[in-house]
Design a protein around this ligand. Structure first.
Ligand SMILES: [Zn+2]
Ligand SMILES: [Zn+2]
Ligand SMILES: [Zn+2]
Length: 260
């Protein structure tokens, strides 16, 4: 079988408030380094002429304009916290461009919560008006998407669960504070790990940076990118504290990989 090129793009590398935080006058929030300006957490997988979005972050519109995206062929949802779903209405222009509904993938509980939060989109008899046309697809294990195997990765996130995703050599684990043993097995031989690392201080529902580094070392990832970053992280100042092979993610970061 021929190899397929995968381009992975960080659409947003910020925590739920985004960075700068409105009203904050700290060094990072006043920084002019574009790598310290973080929209809400989201990513894009592009392969075989398809664009697969991970989450519809609050800043989706800004992100797709920045990246010049002309199509979105599917969405993988990690969980339903507001920062990861509130851009869902901004999928509408992509329905118009393609003339097709967009399949959205998530755990059954995730899709149920989306339905309750955005009933105008999912109700059978919606009120008249504009809404994105979406096709909910429940995830019950690894599945094929546009010819590639996508492996969902259950993660602990506070008292709830989120899903990470693996595609070939790449795993994207946002919003987690622990990785279950069964999920660690699904991460064997991972090459590129993108992982939640909110800040240096501990937090109840997110890995902090030391914990994320420990998890990455345990999994043996060759390259690690820390994401879902708060305004506690200054890109240049704090990069010197990271071990070799580990970097802070930033909006617009792009990686070219090959799928088996
Ligand atoms: Zn989040
Ligand atoms: Zn700040
Ligand atoms: Zn969350």
């Amino acid at each position: 079988m021929s190899q397929v090129n995968l381009t992975f793009t960080i659409l947003g590398s910020g925590t739920s408030s985004g960075v700068p935080v409105p009203g904050c006058r700290c060094e990072v929030c006043q920084s002019h380094d574009p790598r310290n300006r973080r929209t809400r957490c989201s990513a894009l997988l592009s392969y075989g002429n398809k664009n697969v979005l991970i989450d519809t972050a609050t800043d989706l519109r800004q992100q797709v304009l920045r990246e010049g995206l002309g199509r979105i062929d599917a969405v993988l949802f990690t969980h339903t916290h507001a920062d990861h779903v509130n851009g869902i209405d901004d999928l509408r222009p992509f329905n118009s461009l393609s003339g097709e509904p967009i399949p959205i993938y998530g755990s059954p509980s995730c899709l149920g919560r989306l339905h309750r939060s955005f009933s105008y989109i999912f109700d059978d008899n919606p009120e008249p008006g504009y809404r994105p046309r979406l096709l909910p697809r429940e995830i019950h294990g690894p599945f094929e998407l546009f010819g590639q195997l996508v492996t969902p990765l259950p993660l602990h996130h506070g008292s709830g669960e989120s899903l990470g995703y693996r595609l070939g050599p790449l795993a994207y684990l946002t919003d987690c504070h622990a990785i279950p043993a069964a999920t660690e097995e699904l991460l064997a031989d991972i090459e590129v790990l993108v992982i939640d690392a909110l800040r240096f201080r501990p937090h109840g529902t997110h890995f902090n940076i030391p914990q994320a580094l420990e998890a990455a070392a345990h999994l043996g990832a060759r390259r690690t990118f820390l994401t879902h970053l708060s305004h506690d992280v200054e890109h240049v100042r704090d990069s010197v504290q990271l071990p070799a092979g580990t970097e802070f993610a930033y909006d617009g970061l792009r990686l070219n990989l090959v799928l088996p």
